[in-house]
Design a protein around this ligand. Structure first.
Ligand code: NAP
Length: 539
């Protein structure tokens, strides 16, 4: 182990992760004149877009809002090729940003952070990586993503499987030869849907093991030419303002009139228009009370279910694809491209695990109650330990040797604004729990706001002549109460999904992300900043 003091690298700030967060945080800290070390587990930049290279991976956010706003030059130079860019394009974009701003020289790759310890005497953090090297820093930013720690269910016999098994977020860089193969896939969330619709035409057979169907809606993904891009660029100044004013950090606001008070003809016309538009606007930019009123979400459910029935030839299969245990919009709504038609193919079989559960996996396939399903390749599209996983999988120790993973386990999650934790001075989180970024935001919108806030806070601490800052315990309790009160109003809180931690066995059930909306969240953050961080303690 290379952890003797004389070998420890000294910097002002360590940032964990070189995705959307890490690159921007590095750029912003450099502007403050800080010496920064970014530590990244992968071999290149990209974060989510480096790891999630499974077939069909692409954003459900539009390219016009899924980008950085900090550089006019970058906005002018980068040419988005389509409305919803594929993994490869977003990864290329982030590489372009890293090169253009010469960021890589401060990023250490192949460096998975496994521990971070705060020393009260020096008021510095020591951050260590799996290879045993250590970096000492004053400010420590966790930017390792909200959906980065894979959830691979412990199905009996999985270790005996002799074929290829892979979690979607660990798809090999060289790809997997799927042509003509017998493929099984477990999971039908946003990821599973993208994989299924993409690989079905290529594989020999595809067996889909579905526990819970989701309401997915069509993606309309036109290609962009120079004319379209020029139009889009002209709109950038307005979009850039608008993203921070909308509930979900996109560029469309929702109709605030109660759904059922809108004339029936008008609202039906509106739903049809939004359906044809083919974006998440149907969900987060349609009617505000969709998130609050069960009869509204039921009306949306019916609208979508009718369309699923229209598209699936076999009514028995269609029935299995329509959720029974939750209403539209109470779980993440995936965008899809001919997903439902995929089940009309002869080589695709849907296994409903509610009536035919998995018993075990053996050397050659998956055994459900009804029998053996031979597969050469088994894909786990089984999601993530969202929000908290990236934080609790690192051994983070704050003041008095307190340990974040144990504290959050014992006391439930506590944060102030989802940005800081009491007892962990100078530690900041981006996309952490209790922020819209954790689930209810177009990710780059919220990342940029959080990184800007952290940068301003660090600048304040330095200008004040302090060494460290942490939120008071009272502030944390207050934010937790506000988070829970806001969550209690929303339908998503009543539904099992990764939003409520229900996908991970033993995880305390609580809404992960702040659902008060981006503008309300930003107002709270701005108030704290404008008050000179009145709810924080300085050392
Ligand atoms: P997910 O939404 O958590 O879905 C995981 C799937 O695996 C679910 O269908 C789940 O079933 C199933 N599953 C888990 N454990 C299982 C078990 N033991 N047996 C059978 N089935 C099991 O994860 P995800 O699809 O990776 O998506 C996570 C999030 O990433 C999305 O909601 C989205 O925010 C983001 N994402 C975005 C995009 C995009 O923008 N296009 C694409 C992919 C992902 P249950 O539902 O029954 O638990």
């Amino acid at each position: 182990m290379n952890t003797q003091n004389d070998k420890i690298q000294e910097v002002d700030a360590v940032v964990v992760g070189a995705g959307f967060t890490g690159l921007y945080q590095l750029y912003k800290f450099r502007q403050l004149g800080l010496k920064v070390q970014v530590l990244e587990a992968g071999t290149a930049v990209g974060g989510t877009w480096y790891w999630n290279r499974y077939p069909g991976a692409r954003t459900d956010s539009e390219s016009r809002v899924y980008q950085y706003w900090f550089s006019e030059e970058l906005l002018d130079e980068w040419n988005w090729s389509e409305r919803f860019p594929a993994q490869e394009e977003t990864e290329r974009y982030l590489n372009y940003v890293a090169k253009k701003f010469d960021l890589e020289k401060d990023i250490k790759f192949n460096s998975r952070v496994n521990a971070a310890t705060y020393d009260e005497n020096s008021k510095r953090w020591t951050v260590t990586t799996e290879d045993g090297s250590a970096v000492s820093c004053q400010f420590f930013v966790m930017g390792a993503g909200g959906l980065s720690v894979p959830n691979t269910p412990d199905i009996p016999g999985v270790a005996d499987f002799k074929g290829t098994k892979v979690h979607t977020s660990r798809w090999p860089h060289g790809g997997i030869d799927l042509a003509g193969k017998r493929v099984g896939i477990i999971g039908t969330g946003a990821t599973g849907i993208q994989v299924i619709q993409t690989i079905a035409p290529e594989v020999g057979s595809l067996t889909v093991f579905q526990r819970t169907p989701n309401y997915a809606i069509p993606m309309n993904n036109p290609k962009y030419d120079d004319t379209e891009r020029s139009k889009m660029r002209a709109e950038y100044p307005a979009i850039r303002e608008q993203v921070n004013k909308t509930f979900g950090g996109h560029f469309w606001g929702a109709d605030e009139r109660p759904f059922f008070e809108v004339d029936q003809e008008e609202r039906e016309k509106r739903l049809k228009e939004l359906w044809v538009d083919g974006s998440l606007q149907f969900w987060v930019g349609s009617y505000t009370d969709l998130f609050l009123e069960e009869d509204v979400s039921k009306a949306f459910s019916k609208f979508v279910a009718d369309r699923i029935r229209d598209r699936v030839d076999d009514p028995a299969v269609a029935k299995k694809l329509i959720p029974l245990d939750h209403e539209f919009g109470t779980r993440r709504v995936p965008l899809e491209t001919r997903y439902y038609e995929t089940y009309n193919r002869d080589n695709v079989t849907l296994i409903d695990l509610n009536e035919d559960p998995i018993d075990h996996v053996d050397a050659t396939g998956v055994v459900t109650r009804s029998g053996h399903h031979d597969v050469d390749i088994l894909i786990f599209a089984t999601g993530f330990d969202a929000g908290t996983g990236a934080l609790t999988s690192v051994d983070i120790r704050g003041r008095d040797q307190r340990q974040l993973s144990k504290e959050w386990d014992k006391n439930g999650i506590n944060t102030y604004l989802g940005l800081q934790v009491s007892g962990y001075p100078n530690m900041f989180m981006v996309m952490g729990p209790m922020t819209p970024a954790a689930a209810f935001c177009n990710v780059p919108t919220c990342i940029q706001q959080q990184v800007d806030w952290i940068t301003d806070c660090v600048s304040f601490v330095r200008n004040k002549g302090s060494q460290a800052i942490e939120p008071s315990r009272e502030a944390e309790v207050g934010w937790g109460q506000h988070h829970d009160e806001t969550a209690a109003m929303a339908l998503v809180t009543k539904t099992d999904s990764w939003y409520t931690g229900a996908n991970i066995e033993g995880k305390p059930r609580r809404l992960l992300a702040y659902i008060g909306g981006v503008p309300a969240y930003q107002a709270h953050c701005d108030k704290e900043k404008d008050s000179g961080y009145a709810h924080c303690i300085f050392y």
